[in-house]
Design a protein around this ligand. Structure first.
Ligand code: MD6
Ligand code: FE
Length: 209
C-alpha cells in the first residue's frame, strides 16, 4: 500500500512493524499543513480530554473530519461534535494529499486527530482500537519539536523500541502492527521553530467507519 511513497522516498525505517518515513514532507508542505492545522484549531479549539480514569491528559486535542476522537469518564470514543457542540472542520486538502500518497488503496480517512504537545506533555502507551474497522492502516504526521516514540507489540508488557520522531516524519501502522502498543515518552521542547510558541503537533488519520 505504501509502494507509491516508497518509490519517491525510499524504504522506510521499520521498527516493530511500524513504518517510519523520515523527513517525508518537504519544508513547503510542512508549513502549509501547519497553517491548515492552525485554522482547524481556530474553528475547533484544543481541549484536554479526561481519561476514563479521571485524569486530565497532558496532550491537548481537537479533530477534523466526520468524526473526532473524544474521551471522558464514560470512555474513549469517536464523536460527531466538538465539546462546544459544533461539527468538526473538514480535513484539509494538504492533509488528504499525504494520506493518498501513502495509502492510495485505502478509502478516505473519517478522522484526523490533532494532538498538541506543550512543554512536559506526553502520551502513555496505548493501542489505537476505538475504530470499528482495523483493516486499514493508521497514518501519523509529526510537526514541530522532536518526540521520543516508543513502539511495542500487541501485549502491553512486551519489549519496546524507541525512535525520535522529527518534524516532517510520517509513520504508518498497519497489518500486524495495527493494534501494537505505542506512546510518546517526552518531547524536546523548543527543538524546532515550526510551531509558533514551540511544541509539537501530531496528526493521526484513521478510517473509523
Ligand atoms: C504521537 N501517535 O505521535 C502519537 N497512533 O503523538 C500515535 O498515537 C499514533 O503515531 C497510531 C499510529 C501512529 C501514531
Ligand atoms: Fe496512537
Amino acid at each position: 500500500m505504501v509502494k507509491e511513497a516508497e518509490k519517491t522516498l525510499g524504504k522506510p525505517l521499520c521498527v516493530a512493524g511500524f513504518r517510519i518515513f523520515q523527513a517525508a514532507l518537504e519544508r513547503g508542505v510542512r508549513s502549509k499543513v501547519l497553517a491548515d492545522v492552525l485554522q482547524i484549531i481556530e474553528l475547533a479549539p484544543l481541549f484536554s480530554p479526561m481519561t476514563p480514569y479521571g485524569r486530565k491528559m497532558s496532550v491537548q486535542m481537537t479533530s477534523a473530519g466526520r468524526l473526532g476522537w473524544y474521551s471522558d469518564r464514560s470512555g474513549y470514543r469517536y464523536a460527531e461534535r466538538h465539546p462546544s457542540g459544533t461539527t468538526w472542520p473538514q480535513i484539509p486538502a494538504s492533509v488528504l494529499e499525504i494520506w493518498q500518497a501513502f495509502l492510495p488503496d485505502a478509502p478516505p480517512p473519517d478522522s484526523c486527530l490533532v494532538n498538541y504537545y506543550g512543554e512536559g506533555a506526553r502520551m502513555g502507551l496505548h493501542q489505537d482500537r476505538d475504530e470499528g474497522d482495523f483493516s486499514f492502516p493508521v497514518l501519523s504526521v509529526s510537526l514541530g519539536d522532536d518526540a521520543l516514540f516508543r513502539m511495542g507489540g500487541t501485549v502491553r508488557r512486551g519489549k519496546t523500541s524507541s525512535v525520535w520522531l522529527k518534524s516532517g516524519d510520517v509513520v504508518v501502522i498497519g497489518g500486524a502492527a495495527r493494534l501494537a502498543y505505542h506512546g510518546i515518552d517526552r518531547i524536546r521542547f523548543g527543538s524546532s521553530s515550526l510551531v509558533p510558541g514551540g511544541g509539537r503537533i501530531n496528526l493521526t488519520l484513521r478510517v473509523v467507519r
